[in-house]
Design a protein around this ligand. Structure first.
Ligand SMILES: Cc1ncc(COP(=O)(O)O)c(C=O)c1O
Ligand SMILES: [Zn+2]
Length: 405
């Protein structure tokens, strides 16, 4: 099979590219897209291109037959230099990749934008996912726009405000009781039975969409890639996609640099970090997961073993942080003007911990991927006990005077 195909990330077993909802039948590991990366013009990234990812980075998506009308303006998010924080934490250079600017306010849109291309090209009329939060909203938005009937499967304890935020796009939401890990496996079968394209966290095309983060960073940093990239680690799909993007940039001879990834989990659900710390090759299921905004709560991440393998190849860093570190990082980010959700602040908290523990040198250049907006889950703001001043109009000048510094 030399043309574009899928291959198991572990054993390399090959599968047809149009196969969906499948993992390797031999080792139950995720699949990834393999394609012929032809010669990429040396100045490809300096030339003018459309914003639509499949055109802008066409050599890296040569296996797609893309339809730009399915896009929602995902990607092309700002790379914001730190104003105060880099001096405060003692880093030479620090930037934030502001993924809150995506159409449904998280990086998930990059992956969904690529999955929907595949679903439409294969003729699917039904689209869906398993998600208690951001992936659900993203799949609902893109599925609805593509005119597909869209099915979102949720844990049965998902709060109402999260469900409303995705049914507004017209998706059907199902609260499913039972084991969340088993639900993932069942959906692979149900998808095949009912012709539903489930874009799960390790859908190879979803992971392909995340490659654009690597390409954009290369563009925005004029080829001077950072030493470290901090990302929150859930299923591991984001980690895999960014790394694949950098690998392909190297394979295309566009760069020889490979930033080190710092993957960060919350202590409330740290299966990948724990496996790494114990020197295991396979992750173990995490019991009683609980995190601040619940989106990093998968107890048995589908791409976890692959993250461990890649980590050994490229010597990345894996860390876990506690809720206080996450909330502190959320406030620090807000003071830089970026309101992130706790899952996203997790990455910054990990970077700060890495600096404190001398795991990275102070003359390093780092980028934090701020994966999603704080407006995604406002209930967490009560953790801060913010105060407000109520005042009679007549008293305003005096009250203001006592407040002004
Ligand atoms: C805001 C946010 N950040 C990070 C992640 C982690 O991404 P992944 O599951 O691909 O590792 C998620 C996943 O749901 C998320 O919603
Ligand atoms: Zn395999």
């Amino acid at each position: 099979m030399s043309e574009s195909h899928l291959a198991c990330v572990k054993c390399g077993h090959q599968y047809p590219i149009n196969l969906i909802n499948t993992r390797c039948q031999d080792c139950d590991e995720p699949l990834e897209v393999k394609f012929e990366l032809g010669k990429v013009a040396k100045d490809w990234f300096q030339a003018q291109h459309a914003d639509f990812f499949a055109e802008r980075y066409a050599p890296f998506y040569s296996y797609l037959n893309p339809d730009p009308t399915l896009a929602l303006g995902e990607g092309q998010t700002a790379l914001v230099p730190s104003a105060h924080l880099k001096a405060k934490i003692g880093l030479k250079d620090l930037c934030f990749k502001n993924e809150t600017q995506n159409p449904t306010w998280t990086f998930k849109d990059r992956g969904t934008a690529c999955s929907i291309q595949n679903a439409a090209a294969l003729g699917y009329k039904r689209f869906g996912t398993l998600s208690s939060g951001n992936m659900g909203a993203s799949v609902a938005a893109y599925g609805g726009r593509a005119g597909m009937q869209t099915f979102i499967m949720l844990k049965d304890n998902v709060p109402r405000e999260k469900i409303e935020a995705l049914t507004v796009y017209g998706a059907l939401a199902f609260k499913v009781s039972g084991d969340y890990g088993q639900l993932y496996d069942r959906l692979l079968e149900i998808g095949a039975d009912y012709n539903i394209y489930f874009s799960l966290s390790d859908d190879p095309l979803r992971v392909e969409g995340y490659k654009t983060l690597a390409f954009e960073l290369f563009e925005q940093m004029q080829g001077q890639l950072p030493d470290y990239l901090a990302v929150p680690l859930g299923s591991g799909g984001l980690w895999r996609g960014i790394l694949k993007g950098f690998e392909e940039l190297r394979a295309a001879d566009i760069t020889s640099t490979m930033p080190k990834l710092i993957g960060v989990q919350a202590q409330g659900n740290s299966p990948t970090v724990d496996a790494f710390e114990k020197g295991l090759e396979r992750i173990e299921r995490f019991e009683n997961s609980l995190t601040l905004d619940h989106v990093l709560e998968n107890p048995y991440p589908p791409s976890g073993n692959q993250v461990l393998r890649k980590l050994r190849t490229y010597e990345g860093i894996l860390l876990k942080v506690n809720n206080q570190e996450i909330l502190d990082a959320m406030l620090l980010l807000s003071r830089e003007g970026i309101f992130a959700q706790p899952a996203s602040a997790t990455a910054l908290a990990g970077l700060i911990q890495a600096v404190k523990k001398d795991l990275i040198a102070s003359d390093s250049r780092a980028v934090v991927i701020v994966t999603g907006s704080g407006l995604k889950y406002p209930p967490v703001l009560k953790e801060f006990n913010f105060s407000m001043t109520s005042v009679e109009l007549g008293q305003l000048p005096q009250v203001l005077e006592s407040a002004i510094k």
